[in-house]
Design a protein around this ligand. Sequence first.
Ligand code: TRP
Length: 331
Amino acid sequence: MDIVVSGIRPTGCLHLGNYFGAVKNFLKMQDENNCYFFIADYHSLTTHPNPVDLHGNVKQVLAEYIACGLDYEKSTIYLQSNLQETCELYLFLNMNAYIGELERCTSFKEKIRKHPDNINAGLFTYPVLMAADILIHRANKVPVGKDQEQHLEMARTFANRFNRIYKSDFFPEPLAYNFGQQLVKIPGLDGTGKMGKSEGAGNAVFLSDSPEEIRKKLMKAVTDSGPTIPNQEKPESIQNLFTLLNVMSSEDTVKYFEDKYNDCTIRYGDLKKQLAEDIINYTNPIREKIKDVYENNELIKKIVNTGTEKAKQSAMENIKQVREIIGFRNF
Ligand code: TRP
């Protein structure tokens, strides 16, 4: 069985794109592997969140993933900040992480371009902390999107370097988790590209959006002036709405609007209204579940405590061996 580690940013607010992407993958993954899921709250300190926001965001993210089906009986769910062993490994790995390779990291270069007033050492060593998250459990698989591939590559570099320096084979090489089947990419509402949080307000439908918010967002979704030639090809903004319709609505509904499009009698307002109602039907129970979990402090506490205990066992055992390997030995 593979040991899988995945860090979740505590930025809250899963949208439909996340739901049909990362979340679906996590649910499948937890059935087949020994999974460690943690909220990357140490990492989030690079942007100096205020303590109340930090705590609230961590809780919201936990509530969302738990409501979506992340299961603490199948997986180990914990907070990064509850596993101090990670910090110790981070320190060890920092000794063998070179300034040059950290400077070349794309995400670092991007961050310093966007936030030149906050180039802190934590940001600089972000990939080292991420490697520590992974290696602390001697994980061999990590689910990563495109934006995290380089970080994972660096984790491999640090693992291999450690092994070489200490002539050991303690750390496995963490590889990208391969999901096999390709998931549907959920498009956004702004007419181009996929659904994303950073693409501007209104582009993403969040799982905790109220029905009114969902209706409002759908009404503002980008369309064109409508087809003029029967069976003409759909421009991207329209194809995007049909892709959403395919995921959220019944076959009959899809067929109804396809036909209307093809004979040029479609009214986008009708399509948007229908799509909004179908999305609301789909997300309503999830939204209620998120609220229930969020308000159930006892449940969250139980889940995090159980996860922390399991994560500690693995981390303590591994860090003990790392200390031995490095030469920190008891008299
Ligand atoms: N860097 C990841 C992100 O921004 C989060 C993360 C931190 C992570 N530590 C990790 C992911 C370890 C996988 C494994 O999404």
